[in-house]
Structures are given as structure tokens and as C-alpha cells.
Design a protein around this ligand. Structure first.
Ligand code: ATP
Ligand code: MG
Length: 422
């Protein structure tokens, strides 16, 4: 029997890691530039946390959660999204006592029983941020700007920012009523999902992907025309800030996001190519979430973006990423005394922070050189019994195709020259 990685999961092999490191370092350093601190929460939580906050009649709760009973009969769920756990931690650690908003970011793996395809997995990774405790539209602008600058720094091009406001608890009920009223005469023409959602979660009718539902979506009343005064003012100030920041957006009336706790601002960032798994980043304001967790009313806004889809787009656009993973030195050795010196020299090089690999000494020198070549090593250091006896080693610079003999004590210096002119 041969095992394979479970369906919808992937192994991230060493040659892929250059992309991961590039994306993750860009994310952390940018978040820290904006004053966000990293938070890590557990991979699993009480199932109720997600059911209560993400809400029923969402894809996540209806069909995507990995939920099981543990050995102590507790219902637990592998984290399907990052916001609810961060909000739980905010309450649990009394972060409302800190200056607000509390700015947090995360880089985590998530689990959803999704239908696997390119850019859609069952275990995947997100970079996300949350700014909790301040309802100022300047904070909305900051969070959107952070997501936007992330892609700018990575070097992705041709992205679009879609923006909408879905109102708050004052104006949304009226909007939902108008929506249900509009849809009711058409109900028998809607897809099965929409028929089921019309009373449970009518907002979701607007982001249905079924072709047959599109004409009804096109004519549906739009939420930005149903905003109360406060929501309209918030929306106006947000769009002004984005203008000041030079961040272009398009208003998308169909943009509602799948999660129940969103209010007012919702946004997505999309790549140039269309497709159902193309959305790179999704976010929004969730002013109602803390109350659902038993906290006092606390505004919040955040986003989450998919790392796999980001990397897919980096490759598609041919963005070159810096390769920091090269082996600097490979040590070829022959004979017993040569082998002993090689092991000691490797230890010295590594403690001088030079990445070093010991080549397979049972092979011929030619075989070891070939091995070093395939590792992409910059230098090969050669030590046989004769060199060991004389206290020297041959240092070969593969890039410059030069070699010279140096005392063993000078090898570190010989391989640590400045290569910035290369
Ligand atoms: P979709 O409509 O594509 O299912 P979603 O609305 O479920 O997306 P969010 O919950 O907003 O996605 O998650 C934010 C981001 O995480 C997405 O924009 C995407 O980049 C990424 N993402 C979501 N689900 C997956 C998945 N199954 N595999 C890989 N990335 C994902
Ligand atoms: Mg989804």
C-alpha cells in the first residue's frame, strides 16, 4: 500500500519554498510597518465558535467544516477561517483594555472541505489582518491599503479592488426586505441554492454564480442606495480616503461576502483573469461579531488573502522571486583523515553561518563534484588525506572557475568574500 497526501492537500517541497518565503516575509514586514502585531491561535477551536459567528446558511458552516468529537466528547472544528479565533482571543485576553484599535495579523493554515482544483484546497494558507475596536473609516482605508500595498510590493499587476457597503443593523433589515420583495415573484426561476437561501440569507442571492440567476441579480436593488445616514457618511469618508491614497476601486453591488457578521464595508481584490477560484483577497467590517461572542459591542475590520492563489499569480505573471536558499559550500573529501577534517570544517563553517553540505565521500572526486554542481554550491572545498596531513584544503570557486590551496584555518575567510559584484 502506498500512501498519498490526502485529497485537497499538498506537500510544499524545498524548491517551492522560495515563493512561500518571499510572500510570507513580504506579508509580515508590511504588516509590521503598519503597526500590526502577529497573533497565532490554535488550529482547532470549539465548533460553536464558528457556528455562532460565521453563521448558518454559509458555505463554511453548511458544508465545509472539519468537525469531530474528540476523546473527551467535545465538539471541535479545524479552523476554517481566521477572524472568529482572533476575536475570541481579543475577548479572552481583555484586549479592550489596550489602546484601540488593536492591530493584529496572522499567517495560518486553514481547513475547508472544498472541491479541490487549482487554487482551491482543503488545507490552505492565509495572511490576514484584523483592526479591532475603532469604527473610523480611516481604519477601513488603512486595512484596504495594507492589502493593496502587499500585492504592489510583491510585484503583481493588473489587480482590481472591488468595494461595496452592505449597511449596518439599522439599514440592512430594510434592504433585505426590499431584496426579498424583489426576488419573491421570480422565485421559481432561481437555482436550488437561491431558493433555499431566499429567507435564510437573502444577501447571498447576489453572489450566486449560476448563469440562470444572473439576469435577476442585474436588476436587483443595490445596497448603497438603502444606506442610513451614518452608513452613507462612513462610505463617503472611506471612498475619499482611498482617493487621497491613490487607490483605485470599482463599486460592485453584487459584492456581499459569504459571512454573516459583516457590516458596512466589504471588499475583494481580484486578479486580471476571471474564474470562480480567482479571488485573491476578501475582507470587510464586522461590527456585530463581538456581541455574538458575548462581548460588548466592538467594531472591527479585517481581510484574509490566500497564499496559494497569490503564488499561482506570481508564477502566472512570471514575477521573479529572490532565491535565498543556495548552498554556499560543499565539502568533498577522500580517505579517513580527509573525512575527519571535512566533518570538523563543516561544523566550523556552519557556526560561521555559512550553509555547508558534506559531499558523499565514498564517491570519486568526480562524482562528488557532480553532486556539488547539482546542489548549486558556490564553492567546493576539497580535503584528501594528503591535504589533511599538510593542514590545507583546496578551495574551488565554481562561479569563477578558479581554485587555490589555503590553510585549513583560512577556509572560512576564503569562502566569505564579498560577492556583491557578481
Ligand atoms: P471562494 O469564493 O473562492 O470560495 P471564499 O469567499 O470562501 O472564497 P474567504 O473565506 O474570503 O474565501 O477567504 C479569503 C481568501 O482565502 C480567498 O480570497 C482565497 O484567496 C483564499 N481561499 C479561500 N478558500 C480557499 C481554498 N479552499 N483553497 C485555497 N485558498 C482559499
Ligand atoms: Mg469558499
Amino acid at each position: 500500500m502506498r500512501y498519498r497526501a490526502p485529497r485537497g492537500t499538498t506537500d510544499i517541497l524545498p524548491e517551492e519554498q522560495v515563493y512561500w518565503r518571499y510572500v510570507q516575509e513580504c506579508a509580515s514586514s508590511l504588516a509590521e510597518t503598519f503597526g500590526y502585531g502577529r497573533i497565532d491561535t490554535p488550529i482547532f477551536e470549539d465548533t460553536g465558535l464558528f457556528v455562532r459567528t460565521v453563521g448558518e446558511a454559509t458555505d463554511i458552516v453548511d458544508k465545509e467544516m472539519y468537525t469531530f468529537e474528540d476523546r473527551g466528547s467535545d465538539q471541535v472544528t479545524l479552523r476554517p477561517e481566521g477572524t472568529a479565533p482572533v476575536c475570541r482571543a481579543y475577548l479572552e485576553h481583555g484586549m479592550h483594555n489596550l489602546p484601540q484599535p488593536v492591530r493584529l495579523y496572522y499567517q495560518i493554515s486553514l481547513f475547508r472541505y472544498d472541491r479541490p482544483q487549482a487554487g482551491r484546497y482543503r488545507q490552505f494558507h492565509q495572511f490576514g489582518v484584523e483592526a479591532i475596536g475603532d469604527s473610523d473609516p480611516a481604519v477601513d482605508a488603512e486595512v484596504i491599503e495594507l492589502a493593496w500595498r502587499f500585492y504592489e510590493r510583491l510585484g503583481l499587476q493588473g489587480l482590481t479592488l472591488a468595494l461595496n457597503s452592505i449597511g449596518d443593523k439599522t439599514c440592512r433589515p430594510l434592504y433585505l426586505e426590499r431584496l426579498v420583495e424583489y426576488y419573491t415573484p421570480h422565485v421559481e426561476h432561481l437555482c436550488q441554492d437561491c431558493q433555499a437561501r431566499i429567507h435564510r440569507n437573502p444577501l447571498r442571492l447576489l453572489d450566486c454564480k449560476q448563469l440562470s440567476c444572473q439576469p435577476y441579480i442585474a436588476e436587483a436593488p443595490v445596497s448603497t442606495e438603502s444606506l442610513c445616514d451614518d452608513c452613507r457618511e462612513h462610505w463617503g469618508r472611506l471612498t475619499t480616503h482611498l482617493g487621497d491614497l491613490g487607490i483605485a476601486y470599482s463599486v460592485d453591488h453584487r459584492l456581499v461576502r459569504g459571512l454573516d457578521y459583516y457590516s458596512r464595508t466589504v471588499f475583494e481584490i481580484l486578479p486580471p483573469e476571471e474564474g470562480s477560484q480567482s479571488t485573491l483577497c476578501g475582507g470587510g467590517r464586522y461590527d456585530g461579531l463581538m456581541e455574538q461572542l458575548g462581548g460588548k459591542p466592538t467594531p472591527g475590520i479585517g481581510f484574509a488573502l490566500g497564499i496559494e492563489r497569490t503564488i499561482l499569480n506570481l508564477k502566472r505573471q512570471g514575477v521573479t522571486v529572490p532565491d535565498q536558499s543556495t548552498t554556499a559550500v560543499a565539502i568533498a573529501h577522500m580517505g579517513e583523515a580527509g573525512g575527519r577534517e571535512a566533518v570538523k570544517l563543516a561544523a566550523q563553517l556552519r557556526s560561521a553561518k555559512t550553509s555547508t553540505i558534506l559531499l558523499p565521500g565514498q564517491k570519486s572526486l568526480k562524482g562528488q563534484m557532480r553532486h556539488a554542481g547539482s546542489l548549486g554550491a558556490r564553492y567546493v572545498v576539497i580535503i584528501g588525506d594528503k591535504e589533511a596531513a599538510n593542514g590545507v584544503a583546496t578551495v574551488r570557486d565554481l562561479a569563477a572557475a578558479e581554485q587555490r590551496e589555503v590553510p585549513l584555518g583560512e577556509v572560512i575567510a576564503a569562502v566569505s568574500q564579498d560577492h556583491s559584484h557578481d
